[in-house]
Design a binder for this molecule. Structure first.
Ligand code: TLP
Length: 345
């Protein structure tokens, strides 16, 4: 029996499966700073293998994973290229500037994808006045664009430009398994176009804590040093790595259910006058604008609360995320309920 988790705010709210709880209780552990935690070592090995990279590193969060990856690729004063609404640029507390002394060069993407010609234009040529451009960051799926999966072809085109100019490529793959499932490709087909990849165990894959950074031995070694600097050397971390192993080996295929549920939600919400769907729904996110209902985000949240759901709006934009703990029948009953509660427009 799946424990219900009627919360649309994010897939970060997912809780461990019963199997994860057992793994937590039984995990063999050791001091991971000495590289002696067998469960962390196993998780790092599995992640590297699944994602097609030489090495893996267990980190506390997606934000920490992106930070140590970006630091591993760059030197103080470099410029890095990011999509204008990427998570690293918008939602990571400006860490790239604070920790890396990096300049951010942002480009507006097309549904989250940076067009190769735009990247080319943004790369600084050798000039006494310019900071060197050293890194391109891509995000897959792209969260703010609507959980959009970037295809191998799109990623390859960006990678080729980056490599023509000797840039590193980092993928914020917080939800890259959603992308792989939605596109019906092996995740390696996506991750091959990045030197480092950060993936979240704690979102749709339902582990309680943590992310992985994978990449070349050299970059992961550098990232490991930065993780220690940031206080992320976690000692007996096998306790939290154990559910991560289950996340990677058992929780990927079920992401397809989340995508189907998001589609069902989109179809139902589309029929409600006053609600506008803002994104093509391709994975587990539906962004809506509720201005046409005459409601604020707060009023939307209160209405959802009456139905036993948590949901939150920013202004009149609301993101609804599907995940483990939400099933088809829950979406059906939510749609019935909300249809009755919305004002007639
Ligand atoms: N995203 C969270 C919020 O921070 C917005 C969410 O609810 O979606 N990359 C991407 C693309 C993300 O969406 C997130 C989290 C992260 C990185 C950071 O992961 P955490 O929360 O583990 O630091």
């Amino acid at each position: 029996m799946v424990e219900k988790n009627l919360d649309f705010r994010s897939d970060t709210v997912t809780k461990p499966t019963p199997e994860m709880w057992k793994a937590i209780a039984n995990a063999p552990i050791g001091d991971d700073v000495y590289r002696e935690d067998p469960t962390v070592n196993k998780l790092e090995h599995i992640a590297a293998e699944i994602l097609g990279k030489e090495a893996g590193l267990f980190v506390t969060s997606g934000t920490q994973g992106n930070a140590v990856s970006v630091l591993a690729h760059t030197e103080r004063g470099d410029e890095i290229i990011l999509e204008a609404r990427s998570h690293i640029y918008l939602n990571e507390v400006g860490g790239l500037a604070v920790m890396g002394s990096l300049m951010a060069r942002t480009i507006k993407g097309e549904l989250g994808w940076l067009k190769p010609e735009d990247i080319k234009t943004a790369i600084r040529r050798d000039n006494i006045h310019y900071p060197p451009t050293s890194l391109l960051c891509v995000e897959n799926t792209h969260n703010s664009a609507g959980g959009i999966p970037l295809t191998p072809e799109q990623l390859k085109a960006d990678w080729n430009v980056a490599k023509d100019y000797d840039l590193g490529v980092h993928m914020d793959g917080a939800r890259v398994f959603n992308a792989a499932v939605a596109l019906g490709v092996d995740v390696k087909e996506l991750t091959q176009y990045a030197d480092t990849v950060q993936i979240c165990l704690s979102k749709g894959l339902s582990a309680p804590i943590g992310s992985m950074v994978v990449g070349t031995e050299e970059l992961v070694d550098r990232a490991r040093k930065y993780r220690k600097m940031l206080g992320g050397g976690m000692r007996q971390a096998g306790i939290i790595a154990a559910p991560g192993i289950i996340a990677l080996t058992k929780m990927v295929d079920r992401l397809a259910d989340d995508h189907e549920n998001a589609k069902l939600l989109e179809e139902g919400l589309k029929r409600i006058e006053g609600i506008k769907i803002l994104n093509p729904v391709r994975t587990n996110m539906v962004y809506i604008d509720i201005a046409g209902l005459g409601w604020t985000g707060l009023e939307w949240g209160e209405a959802c609360g009456k139905l036993g759901w948590r949901s939150r709006g920013y202004g009149t934009t609301v993101r609804l995320c599907t995940h483990y703990g939400i099933e088809r029948e829950d979406i059906v009953s939510f749609l019935e309920g909300i249809t009755k509660l919305v004002p007639m427009v």
